[in-house]
Design a protein. Structure first.
Length: 144
């Protein structure tokens, strides 16, 4: 078993954070919803510098993230990570920004073409984008 004293915590710059999250996959969106702090896993892609994902109409991530005010921002956090428990190494990227529904058909078509595919079946035709205002990350790895 390795000694935890041989690990270091490294702050990641924005370029490295973007490199790590560019392939897409699973991330977690966090926001204050109608029942308080809320976190959901979603399938995402990085598209034109934004996090994009699809959700079902009237789902919590659809209805909770609608302000009812045109152009209004809903502040969210989005987290992506990868870990190797055996090696006790991994990384985490946090994207903070505003969530917006993509309601026009041209916007939705562009995101479909980018390959945003949710895992659950059913109608997932509500598209949400997160426009980053801050991107931070850190990595834990063997010192050396």
């Amino acid at each position: 078993m390795s000694d935890v004293t041989d690990r270091e915590l490294e702050a990641l710059d924005v370029a490295e954070c973007l490199r790590l999250i560019t392939p897409g996959g699973i991330g977690r969106i966090a926001y204050t919803g109608r029942y308080g702090p809320t976190v959901y896993p979603v399938n995402y892609r990085l598209y034109e510098g934004m996090i994009v994902f699809r959700t079902a109409p009237d789902s919590p991530t659809d209805s909770d993230l609608r302000t009812g005010i045109p152009g209004a921002e809903y502040r969210v956090a989005f987290e992506v990570d990868a870990f190797d428990s055996g090696a006790r190494e991994g990384w985490s990227v946090l994207v903070q920004g505003s969530a917006h529904h993509m309601d026009s058909e041209p916007e939705r078509a562009a995101v479909r073409a980018a390959g945003v595919e949710p895992w659950p079946s059913g109608n997932r035709e509500q598209f949400v984008r997160i426009m980053p205002s801050r991107i931070t990350g850190r990595r834990v790895r063997r010192a050396g």
